[in-house]
Ligand binder design. Structure first.
Ligand code: SF4
Length: 490
């Protein structure tokens, strides 16, 4: 189904991509049962712990557009993750040597009476205040469960203010209750940018690559890498300007560091403006970067230059990788990450000689917006050995049970809130917070050395495990990790 930019909100991932948050089985089973248009039903939990929501994911992208502002039409508690977004903002601005300032966000502080009598007056005041205080180039109005459930007329308020606030003011439908898959919030943010900011191309820019990412810490490295084949990256969305976002329709190709993140924007730009979207596995590890660079090269007619680049990068790092593989051979790991990274890191850890015992994915898209199954899981399923595989929206009681049963040497997670539980169990936890960890040949080698360092000094996790008492009882550790996951309805 093509992406529809004529509607005001992106359909959620459950509806578009058959996304699920509940499954326990094996990797090969999951892939086989979701192949060729087949889909499986989500398994519900009869017990679950708290998790994230779409609103946070939308705002993590939008809050860092350097000259835009957000009006979060929500109770103040929904803006709790603003602290994290602001830390990420400072980190990103530091990397780019930009002045040190806070994100530009106003929360409308919806209270109980607003849920009875309506919150549109507070929204109106919030938009006017954002315009007065920040003079941004665009304002995004993010919704919440409260403003969504009572049905505040957000578009009506925006329309009434169009003369007083002479910039794009764009609603972002990201209320948490709409979707169990928090990545639906990424799509809501991209939909808002695509419908409210991006302009039709005036002329193509044949060397411009739209690079969809989160924080863009490897900005300098990628700029140098692309420069060697005559290309220039434009990092989107965080830390782009509104003006830069207006012209992403002029790029020669769109690539992404995370296929979960990139699916909606990449596919929409391809369908709407004919910009090829690179649909390979993500650029982590040797296999990842080589497939990804070849995808970019094919899209812009630079196949020869890309092969030369790959040969040089491989020659500079192969010997080091061989040494690392020798040192890590025999180590056993569990992975708990968002779907793109969980799938991609099965390949990364294979390349490092690490055996993965179990992978947990925070959700699973049965196909991407362009219709195919995620390429990294197909690659992982093509390996001879199968592994157990689970899908859960970071249900830490399941993860802790699994870790305690399998007792791996290592736990890899993108989310520190998950890593800390492994550390408390005395398992060496390696958080993969930076999206460019293991990016390319050099990144894989650097990541390998980091793992060796972590395994060499286990003092911290040993001491932590000795002193910390976890809240789970022996009864829980004696249960199957997925006791509370209901069976798939057939
Ligand atoms: S939008 Fe809903 S789910 Fe998200 S933080 Fe607010 S109340 Fe919670």
């Amino acid at each position: 189904m093509p992406i529809n930019l004529d509607i005001s909100e992106a359909p959620i991932r459950e509806a578009r991509l058959g996304a699920i948050t509940g499954y326990a089985g094996t990797l090969k089973d999951l892939v086989a049962r979701t192949r060729c248009g087949s889909t499986i039903s989500n398994c519900e939990r009869s017990f679950s712990q708290t998790s994230s929501c779409s609103s946070g994911c939308a705002q993590t992208l939008l809050a860092n557009i350097v000259d835009a502002a957000i009006v979060n039409h929500a109770p103040v508690g929904c803006a709790g993750d603003t602290v994290y977004h602001n830390i990420a903002n400072h980190y990103g601005r530091f990397y780019r040597q930009q002045d040190n300032r806070n994100i530009q966000l106003i929360n409308t502080n919806m209270e109980e009476s607003d849920t009875v009598f309506g919150g549109t007056e507070k929204l109106r005041a919030g938009i006017l205040e954002a315009w007065r205080r920040f003079r941004p180039k665009a304002i995004f109005v993010t919704t919440s469960c409260a403003s969504g459930i009572i049905g505040d007329d957000i578009k009506g308020v925006i329309s009434e203010l169009k003369d007083e606030v002479p910039i794009p003011v764009i609603p972002v439908s990201c209320e948490g209750f709409r979707s169990k898959v928090w990545a639906s919030g990424f799509d809501a943010a991209f939909h808002a940018v695509l419908t409210g900011i991006v302009k039709p191309p005036r002329q193509r820019q044949p060397s411009l690559v739209n690079m969809i990412n989160f924080r863009g810490s490897a900005r300098a490295y990628i700029t140098r890498l692309f420069g060697r084949i005559g290309l220039e990256p434009r990092f989107i969305i965080p830390f782009a300007t509104v003006e830069e976002l207006e012209t992403i329709s002029e790029a020669a190709v769109t690539a992404t560091v995370c296929t979960t993140l990139g699916s909606y924007m990449g596919t929409a730009l391809e369908e709407q403006y004919g910009i090829p979207y690179v649909k390979t596995i993500p650029p982590h590890g040797f296999a990842g970067i080589e497939a990804w660079l070849r995808g970019i090269g094919a899209a812009v007619g630079k196949e020869v230059e890309v092969e030369q680049l790959i040969a040089e990068e491989r020659a500079a790092t192969q010997a080091e990788l061989d040494e690392i593989r020798g040192r890590l051979k025999g180590t056993r790991a569990v992975v708990g990450m968002g779907p793109s990274y969980a799938q991609s890191y099965l390949g990364v850890l294979d390349e490092l000689g690490i055996k993965v015992l179990h992978a947990a994915s925070w959700h699973y898209d049965q196909h991407y917006d362009y219709g195919d199954q995620p390429p990294a899981i197909l690659r992982a399923a093509a390996r001879e050995q199968d592994i157990t595989f689970s899908v859960g929206d970071q249900q830490l009681f399941e993860i802790t049970n699994t870790l305690s049963r399998l007792k791996p040497d290592l736990y890899f997670s993108r989310h520190p809130g998950s890593s800390v539980w492994a550390a408390k169990l005395g398992i060496t936890a390696v958080p993969v917070i930076d999206e460019y960890t293991a990016f390319g040949h050099r990144g894989l080698v650097n990541f390998g050395w980091r793992i060796i360092d972590a395994l060499t000094n286990r003092n911290f996790v040993n001491k932590l495990a000795e002193r910390v008492r976890l809240p789970y009882s022996d009864w829980w550790y004696g249960q199957d990790s997925y006791t509370f996951l209901e069976q798939e309805a057939v």
